[in-house]
Design a protein around this ligand. Structure first.
Ligand SMILES: [Fe+2]
Ligand SMILES: [Fe+2]
Length: 148
């Protein structure tokens, strides 16, 4: 399936955008592991990478929202825990052979994209207008951008 980072997924916060690029890269990795028939152990390994990275990423966003006193924190946290619930259910179904990774990947890709452009975008918009600033914001340029 077509998985690619695209400009529309950029929400304008360097830290979150960097993590989103990593998440899309892991989805790409899962797709390649499936299509090149790397076997169950490899595919499940990548799924666990996605799960762990998603947990890390959600915590990162929740910390950022807390630092910003973002008013939508509780709603956003609830959506994150629902998404993690769905991801865990997918993994359990694959383990029980009730679903295949091929069937599940498009669903993960679409919920990632939808969540980014609907919910995560709200955080980035809030950052622009808030007088509260993300911790270490001044370090983003040094740590998150690549040098030519
Ligand atoms: Fe996100
Ligand atoms: Fe989020």
């Amino acid at each position: 399936m077509q998985i690619a980072w695209k400009k529309e997924l950029e929400i304008g916060n360097e830290m979150i955008d960097t993590q989103h690029r990593m998440l899309v890269l892991l989805l790409k990795k899962l797709d390649l592991a499936i299509t090149s028939r790397m076997g169950e152990k490899v595919v499940m390994g990548v799924l666990l990478e996605i799960k762990k990275f998603t947990e890390f990423h959600f915590l990162s966003e929740e910390n950022l929202m807390t630092e910003l006193h973002f008013p939508g924190l509780a709603d956003h946290e609830r959506i994150h825990s629902e998404l993690l619930g769905v991801l865990n259910m997918f993994i359990a179904k694959i383990n029980r052979k009730q679903e295949t990774p091929e069937d599940i990947l498009p669903q993960i890709v679409s919920w990632v994209a939808n969540h980014v452009v609907s919910e995560d975008l709200k955080i980035a918009e809030y950052v622009k207008s808030s007088s509260y600033r993300p911790i270490a914001e001044e370090c983003y340029a040094l740590y998150l951008r690549k040098y030519d």
